[in-house]
Design a protein around this ligand. Structure first.
Ligand code: SAH
Length: 343
């Protein structure tokens, strides 16, 4: 790339403010360019026909429009498609497209790798590489949209990484995904962040004005089992976590979702179901049961369908909303906890 020697300006990493500053032009111009980049998939400046030729020439010399390099794309028979992307510095991340009914969901990564090392999750095996910048998160959605040629209706922050260990970049990404004027225009209620329970992140998220959704990966009902499955529980144990969640629900007047990965013989007893019911009744929430997706590298097993059904029925008396997520993308290892950036 010829313009590398001028240390070019990354248009996608630019907030409207930064872009205005760079352009030394009317604010309106910045919005036009952002629209080209985020809404119309522009790859170069020459296509930006509503911008003067001289500005386009200056931009071509001083700025660039990066895209995630698509390394691999694997489709599953249920419609899910897993994308392996390479970032500018060579790190690799995965994103998943999940069509279901009228929904077209993209599952995005927030970090390259993950530092949490949950015992059952495949992403932890690759270790932690680095945080993603906000535009690298948004770019996953844009790139997937361009590939599948469909309007994206939902985004879930449930790919690689822990969103609340990269809080500021995740919030900026949410806002760009949400922005209708120059961003991707996805409604706040269609944007879900999933956390392993980072309390400071939950408390900050409670102060955010937009109605983004929050999901908590609970996965156990006692500190003993949860600390074994999710070492982060030693830092943020259940009682303080529940207090933070009650505060969040009160502050935002919203329910949260508890995700509960059912692992055979580990967290699927009748007592677990009852404790989960009591927890969910004490916090405005619904429950999403996820039968574990096994992989070769980890010793855990998926429960029998019968046991999933039994666990589900034990939750009836608690009057909580429960759904069972029969994971999509299992055969392509794109399902929850199976993202590893192999290539
Ligand atoms: N770190 C965040 C975002 C990753 S989300 C979080 O923990 O929420 C990943 C979701 O997939 C979590 O709910 C996790 O519990 C679940 N998960 C991880 N490994 C899984 C597996 N092998 N099978 C099913 N779900 C899994």
């Amino acid at each position: 790339m010829e313009n590398q020697k001028y240390s070019p300006f990354n248009i996608k990493a630019a907030t409207p403010g930064k872009l205005k500053e760079f352009l030394k032009d009317k604010p309106f111009r910045a919005y036009q360019i952002l629209k080209w980049v985020w809404q119309k998939d522009a790859k170069d400046f020459s296509c930006m026909t509503d911008i003067s030729k001289s500005l386009r020439e200056r931009l071509s010399e001083e700025a660039f429009i990066p895209t995630h390099r698509l390394i691999r794309k694997v489709a599953s028979s249920d419609g899910a498609i897993k994308f392996l992307f390479e970032l500018l510095d060579g790190e690799k991340i995965e994103s998943v497209f999940i069509p279901e009914g009228d929904r077209r969901t993209v599952c995005v990564s927030t970090q390259a790798g993950c530092p949490l090392r949950c015992a059952f999750c495949r992403t932890g095996l690759m270790g932690f590489k680095r945080n993603l910048e906000w535009w690298e998160i948004v770019e996953q959605v844009r790139a997937v949209r361009e590939e599948v040629k469909e309007r994206i209706t939902n985004v879930v922050f449930m790919g690689m990484g822990e969103p609340f260990l990269n809080y500021d970049q995740v919030l900026n990404a949410l806002r760009m995904l949400n922005n209708v004027n120059y961003g991707l225009g996805i409604g706040a209620r269609k944007l879900t962040v999933s956390t392993a329970g980072i309390i400071p992140g939950i408390l900050k998220f409670a102060e955010v004005k937009e109605q983004f959704k929050l999901a908590i990966s609970l996965n156990a009902t006692t500190d003993e089992v949860r600390s074994y499955l999710m070492p982060i529980n030693k830092t943020y144990p259940l009682e303080p976590l529940f207090r933070a969640l009650r505060h969040y629900c009160a502050r935002k007047r919203k329910r949260i979702t508890f995700e509960y990965v059912l692992i055979k013989g580990v967290n699927d007893t009748d007592e677990d179901a009852k404790r989960l019911g009591r927890i969910a009744r004490s916090i405005p929430s619904k429950i999403n049961l996820i039968p574990y997706n096994p992989c070769d590298e980890l010793p855990f097993e998926e429960p029998d369908d019968r046991d999933v059904q039994r666990f589900y029925e034990l939750l009836y008396p608690f009057n909580v909303t429960v759904t069972i997520r029969w994971s999509k993308g299992r055969e392509i290892k794109a399902a929850c906890g199976q993202l590893l950036a192999e290539s």
